[in-house]
Design a protein around this ligand. Structure first.
Ligand code: CP
Length: 318
């Protein structure tokens, strides 16, 4: 069976914990396990810009003993309209996994439908599940647990990070509160799915339309840019609605005094987060960024372990 990681609820609570434990083991010893030794290759495709995702997957695949085949879609035939399915069928005979940053969730789902190797979502317009694994690892590192903690996400409640925090946080048994203007509420189906998961894990999810309702007593305070990739043309309209949801000293005063602060980066100081907060003592963003490396190595290792090894008799050169 082939396991893919297209959204945060593609893993059960027990599986998420297993991946996070493995991520901690890679954080303690970066080279203790090399399932890609050979080297086997992993394709890492970008339809959108990236710094952290590109670096962490490239370094991580190399540290797992493999070869990171990084492809800018615009310089490939994909950028000229080659069908996703055709590209996938070419890649999956040569690589052990495909990692893709793209636009619509439907695109990565189309890839996974035909792929003979695991497909990993490295960000779509709907979700950013690899980032959430890194974030959960960082929170666990600093708080010692996830279940029962309250996480307040402030800003654009309709973006991929908000959706992934809802699902990934619910899987972890956290209480996730998304604070955003009513016009930027999370997708209703995702909110409902997260609520369903939370019933099983003892967590909870909610959408709040004031910063105070979301941040009150929170153990973790999170934000993200107000202008996601592809929204640059709307930048002028995407500031004033979010100003009341900024993560500044006032917001932090609402949270638990021991609260930690996350931001997936890139950050815009003075907009969604104040410099004194992201650069202050409650910020754990640099551990969060480092954890992209450990969490994704753990994820790839785990996915490969779940997936039948390629059958050499089929002419595969993976
Ligand atoms: N957080 C994140 O995904 O960063 P990049 O866009 O730089 O990859």
């Amino acid at each position: 069976m082939i396991r893919h990681f297209l959204r945060d609820d593609d893993v059960t609570p027990a599986e998420q914990a297993e991946i996070l434990d493995l991520a901690d083991s890679f954080r303690a010893d970066r080279f203790h396990h090399q399932p890609l030794a050979g080297p086997h290759s992993v394709a890492v495709i970008f339809d959108k810009p990236s710094t952290r995702t590109r670096v962490s997957f490239s370094v991580g695949i190399a540290e797992l003993g493999g070869y990171p085949l990084v492809i800018d879609a615009q310089s490939s035939q994909m950028g000229r309209g080659e069908p996703i399915e055709d590209t996938t069928r070419v890649l999956d005979r040569q690589v052990r996994a495909i990692v893709w940053r793209t636009f619509g969730q439907d695109r990565i789902e189309a890839m996974a439908k035909v792929s003979a190797v695991p497909v990993v979502n490295a960000l779509t317009d709907m979700f950013h599940p690899c980032q959430i694994l890194a974030d959960l690892q960082a929170v666990r590192l600093h708080k010692g647990k996830l279940s029962g903690l309250t996480m307040a996400y402030l800003g654009d409640g309709a973006n991929n990070m908000a959706h992934s925090y809802l699902l990934g946080g619910a899987v972890a048994g956290m209480h996730v509160r998304v604070g955003s203007p009513a016009a930027y509420a999370p997708n209703g189906e995702i909110l409902a799915r997260a609520a369903q998961i939370a019933v099983e894990t003892g967590g909870s999810v909610s959408h709040e339309t004031t910063r105070a309702a979301a941040a009150e007593g929170a153990d973790v305070v999170v934000t993200d840019t107000w202008v996601s990739m592809g929204q640059e043309g709307e930048a002028d309209d995407r500031t004033s609605p979010f100003v009341p949801f900024a993560v500044d000293a006032e917001a932090m005063a609402l949270a638990d005094p021991q609260a930690v602060v996350l931001h997936c980066l890139p950050a815009y100081r003075g907009k969604e987060i104040a410099a004194e907060v992201i650069d202050g003592p409650q910020s754990i963003v640099w551990d969060e960024a480092e954890n992209r490396l450990h969490a994704q190595k753990a994820l790839l290792t785990w996915l490969l372990a779940q997936t039948e090894p390629p059958d050499a008799g089929e002419g595969s050169a993976r």
